[in-house]
Design a protein around this ligand. Structure first.
Ligand SMILES: Nc1ncnc2c1ncn2[C@@H]1O[C@H](COP(=O)(O)OP(=O)(O)O)[C@@H](O)[C@H]1O
Ligand SMILES: [Mg+2]
Length: 269
């Protein structure tokens, strides 16, 4: 069984004025193939930094990442990233966007066309494949981004607030789609979100991070993602345990934010 292993990662940014930010401190974590983990925490707690390190965009100042026992030293198609928005190629059609990875690998159309059609079908965009990206709504663009990521057949999918820019209804539909893709593809997924509800729905593991220095505060193992695979997400949210966990995590994050505010006021006084 393969794993994504985060081994004692620290990340320190040195600033031009001589001070520094400890964006992450001693973060360790192991994800098994097919696990779905959501990451939650106040702004500035290092979520994006952690994801960028997993993607190989940033090298940590300490510690290492391994995937299936090899060291992560830079970006690679084995780790796909889905950004919040705007990361599609605007001048290409939907089909060209989704087939971008296979084409870059030198595959010919006959090799990738079937899979690209299949993925467009899975994300509900079969009838839009010749459309230009700018003709699509925000929700449809994010579905293209998901399909484009899957076309590379990555082992791990990294998502940084992928649904954050969508309206509530579209967001709910996309949450269902993420769960469906997770179950159907068996991919390992790490998803950052600002929304406590989304983190509960889309995390069989939920990581709460704390800021200054960025670190793991608490981890939960939750039944809701599994429930949501075969059930309307609104029904899952009605589950008493869902409400209890939402309240618990909301107050945890409120406490952290109040503490940050307090410290900022002290520093300004
Ligand atoms: N390139 C950088 N240079 C300096 N500081 C950075 C850089 N990237 C992030 N930081 C700082 O590191 C901390 C964590 O940032 P980030 O990972 O973006 O947090 P989050 O995604 O949880 O909001 C913040 O204090 C941020 O200002
Ligand atoms: Mg961020």
């Amino acid at each position: 069984m393969s794993t994504l292993s985060i081994e004692n990662i620290s990340m320190r940014f040195d600033l031009p004025n001589g001070s520094h930010v400890q964006a992450l401190q001693n973060v360790s974590l192991e994800l098994k193939t097919g696990e779905l983990m959501s990451v939650l925490g106040p702004s500035g707690c290092g979520k994006t930094t952690l994801l960028n390190i997993l993607a190989g965009f940033l090298a940590p100042t300490e510690g290492q990442i391994t995937l299936n026992d090899h060291l992560v030293t830079g970006p690679d198609a084995e780790r796909g990233m889905v950004f919040q928005q705007g990361a599609l190629f605007e001048w290409m059609s939907v089909r060209e966007n989704v087939s971008f990875g296979p084409r870059m690998k030198g595959q010919r159309e006959a090799q990738y066309a079937g899979n690209v059609d299949h993925l467009l079908d899975v994300v509900g965009l079969k009838d839009f494949k010749e459309k230009a990206v700018y003709e699509l709504s925000g929700g449809m663009q994010q579905r293209v981004a998901l399909a484009r990521c899957l076309a590379n057949d990555p082992d791990v999918i990294l998502m940084d607030e992928p649904l954050g820019a969508l309206d509530a209804l579209t967001r709910e539909k996309m949450q269902g789609l993420v769960l469906k893709l997770w179950k159907e593809t068996g991919k390992t997924i790490v998803l950052i979100t600002h929304s406590v509800e989304e983190a509960l729905l889309l995390g069989e593991r939920l990581l709460v991070m704390a800021p200054r220095p960025g670190r793991i505060h608490k981890e939960y193992r939750l039944p809701f993602a599994e429930m949501g695979v075969g059930q309307d997400l609104r029904e899952v949210k009605k589950h008493p345990e869902f409400g209890a966990k939402r309240e618990e995590i909301l107050s945890m994050i409120w406490d952290m934010e109040e503490e940050i505010m307090g410290r900022t006021e002290e520093a300004e006084a």
